[in-house]
Design a protein around this ligand. Sequence first.
Ligand code: COA
Length: 217
Amino acid sequence: MTVGTNISIRQAEAADASGVAQLMIDNYKIGYRGQLPDDYIESPKLYYKLMEQRHSYYTMQGDARPVCLLAHMMNLRDVTTDKPVLAAMCEAGPLREYPGQELIESYNASETLEVWTNYVSTKAQGQGIGRELFVETLAAAYERFPSCRGTIVVLTFVGNTAGRRFYEKFGGRLAGIIPNYTIDGKHYRVACYEWHNLGYWLRQWKEKSNTRNVCLE
Ligand SMILES: CC(C)(COP(=O)(O)OP(=O)(O)OC[C@H]1O[C@@H](n2cnc3c(N)ncnc32)[C@H](O)[C@@H]1OP(=O)(O)O)[C@@H](O)C(=O)NCCC(=O)NCCS
C-alpha cells in the first residue's frame, strides 16, 4: 500500500533480511552508542545474527508468524539498485519469553502482543514514517492475532529518549523498568511500555495518521 505520496508499506520477504539487518546496525551505530558497548555494535557477528533472525521471521509459517512490515521512500532511489530506499521496519507478534523477568512474566503471554522491533532509518526520521509504520503493523497484528488484542507491550533501553518519547506520544504507559535485561551476558536497564485494548488505541491513532488500511470490526 502507498501511504500519502511518499512512502509505501509492504510485508518483508526473505530477500529483505540483509537490508533490514543493515538498517538496524546503522541505527545502533548512531542511536545506541553509549547504551550498548562499541565492540557489540561493531561486531560483524551482530550483522549475521540480525540477518538470520530476520530471515527466520520472514520465512516462518503458521499461526505464530509475526507481522513484519517495511516502509520504502518512493521519492528516494538507491543509486545501485534504483529501487525505493528502505526507510523503516517494524515487527510485532505474540509476547516472547523473557525467563526470570518478573515484570514480563506477569503478563498473560497468550493474550499479549509485543512490538518486537521498530526502526526508522536515521536519514528518514522525524517525517512521520515511524508513526505510519507502527500503526500499520499493529493494525495487521490486530487481524492476525485476535487473542492478543488485550495488551500490547514494547521494551526499549531506559536511555533511548527518542524511542521512549515516541511510545509516550502514542499513549504508552510505563509499566516498569527491568533492571537486568541481558544481552550477551551483560545487563541493561530497559523500560517496558504497555497499552490495553488495541482496538481502542488503533481508533485513536488512525485519526492522527494517514494510514488508510486500518480496518476494525
Ligand atoms: C523512535 C523512532 C521509531 C521514531 O520514528 P520517526 O519516524 O522518527 O517518528 P515520527 O516522525 O513518526 O514521529 C511520531 C511521533 O513521535 C515523536 N517523536 C519521534 N521521535 C522523537 C524524539 N526523538 N523526541 C521526542 N519525540 C519524538 C514525534 O514528535 C511524533 O509526534 P507528533 O507527530 O505528535 O509530533 C525512530 O526515531 C527510530 O527508529 N529510532 C531508533 C530506534 C528506536 O529507538 N526504536 C524504538 C525503540 S525500540
